[in-house]
Design a protein around this ligand. Structure first.
Ligand code: FE
Ligand code: FE
Ligand code: FE
Length: 167
């Protein structure tokens, strides 16, 4: 599981650990989004997930940039939380068999992913500021803004159409 590969003694250690957690999590998201895109029927949902896949690839690059700025080698550490969220998504999509219900399940799963990302990037921004790394905080804030925007977009798609069609 490699949860804490090296002991965490300082806020700086915890900051680096959390960067590694998100580096792993974003790569898992990148791997799993194509299946969700494939299974989505609503055109706006499909397109929204597609553009978030492009953003996700860029977010991985941003994490690499922050590792570098902070004098660290970019590496991931297993995020059991993201693995769990993605396993649940796979399980539900494996048994749902109505296209509208599948769309509602995709949105619900994708929002669980975004909310995890929002909590972790929110923490990373706060830690970076506390550590005097406003430069790292600014880069991470860009990603946090994208995760928030994606979450809001998914809510709008669900509430304007998908949930009603699935009912
Ligand atoms: Fe992300
Ligand atoms: Fe995690
Ligand atoms: Fe995201």
């Amino acid at each position: 599981m490699g949860l804490f590969s090296k002991s965490i003694k300082t806020l700086d250690d915890l900051f680096v650990h959390t960067l590694q957690d998100m580096y792993y999590a974003e790569q898992q998201i990148e791997k799993n989004l194509p299946t969700m895109i494939e299974k989505a029927t609503d055109p706006q949902l499909k397109q929204g997930l597609q553009s978030h896949l492009a953003e996700t690839k860029n977010q991985i690059k941003r994490l690499e940039q922050v590792f570098q700025m902070h004098g660290q080698t970019a590496k991931g550490t297993t995020c059991d939380a993201m693995n769990g969220i993605l396993d649940e998504a796979k399980d539900i999509l494996g048994v749902a068999n109505d296209n509208d219900v599948i769309d509602a399940a995709i949105i619900s799963s994708a929002q669980a992913v975004e909310h995890y990302e929002i909590t972790r990037y929110g923490t990373l921004v706060a830690f970076a500021k506390q550590l005097g790394r406003q430069d790292c905080a600014s880069v991470l804030q860009q990603t946090l803004d994208e995760e928030h925007a994606t979450d809001r977009k998914l809510t709008a798609i669900a509430e304007s159409r998908v949930n009603r069609k699935a009912a």
